[in-house]
Design a protein around this ligand. Sequence first.
Ligand SMILES: C[S@@+](CC[C@H](N)C(=O)[O-])C[C@H]1O[C@@H](n2cnc3c(N)ncnc32)[C@H](O)[C@@H]1O
Length: 215
Amino acid sequence: MGMMQPMARDHGRHGCYGNPTDLAHMIKRQLAPARAAWQKPGRVVRALGLRRGQVVAEIGSGPGYFTLRLARAVGPSGRVYAVDPEPAILQVLRERLSRAGVHNVTPVLGLGDDPLLPRGACHLAVIVNAYHHFDHGPRLLRHLTRSLVPRGRVVNIDWDARETPVGPPVERRVAPETFLRDARRAGLILLGSRSLLPHQYFLLLGRRRASRTTP
Ligand SMILES: C[S@@+](CC[C@H](N)C(=O)[O-])C[C@H]1O[C@@H](n2cnc3c(N)ncnc32)[C@H](O)[C@@H]1O
C-alpha cells in the first residue's frame, strides 16, 4: 500500500467520499478473506445472474473485492466498468487487476454525482456497501439510469439500518426505504429483493419505462 498518499482534504475521521482518512486500513479491511463469512461473495455474484459478454457497472468499486469476481462472471467478451471517485483507491484496483492478469475491467474515475459512464451501455449496475457513502445519491442514480440498456437492472446491497456485528455506525446507514425513494425519483422501480445476507439488504431494480413493456 505504499501508494497511499495523505488526502488533499482532511475532514477528521472521515475524509473524501465518506472514506476514512486511513485509506490503507480501509482497503485492507475490505479485501480481508474473513469478509467472505458475512459478505458471501460467491452467492451474491450468482444471484446477479450475469451472462458471458454482458457489461456491468460497479459503482463505488473500492479496491475491487467484487470487481474481479464480476469480471470472471462476464468473461473475456464482457466488460466491467469499475467506478470510484477516489484516485488512490482506483490505483490499488489497477495494481490488483494487473497482478491478476484481468483485462476486461475499465477503472473509471467518477464524479461525486456522475459515474461518467456511456449512455445505454450497461446490462447491470451493482452498488455494494457504497450508497451510504454517496453525497449526491439521487443525482448519481439519475446518471446511472441513463447508462443502462433499456432492460438494464440495478442491484443495491447496503447495510441494514440496525446494529450489526460489523459495518458502519447505524447513523451513517441508508435505510432501504430511503434508497428506494431516491431510486424512484431517478426512474427506477423495485423488481424484487433477496434475503441472502445476514447484515445487508439486496434490492433489484429496473428502469420504469422498460419494466412497463416487460412481458
Ligand atoms: C465501503 S467502500 C465499498 C467498496 C466495494 N464496493 C466493496 O464492497 O468492497 C465505498 C466506496 O464508495 C466510493 N464512493 C464514495 N462516493 C462515491 C460516489 N459518489 N460514486 C462512486 N463511488 C463512491 C468510495 O470511494 C469507496 O471506495
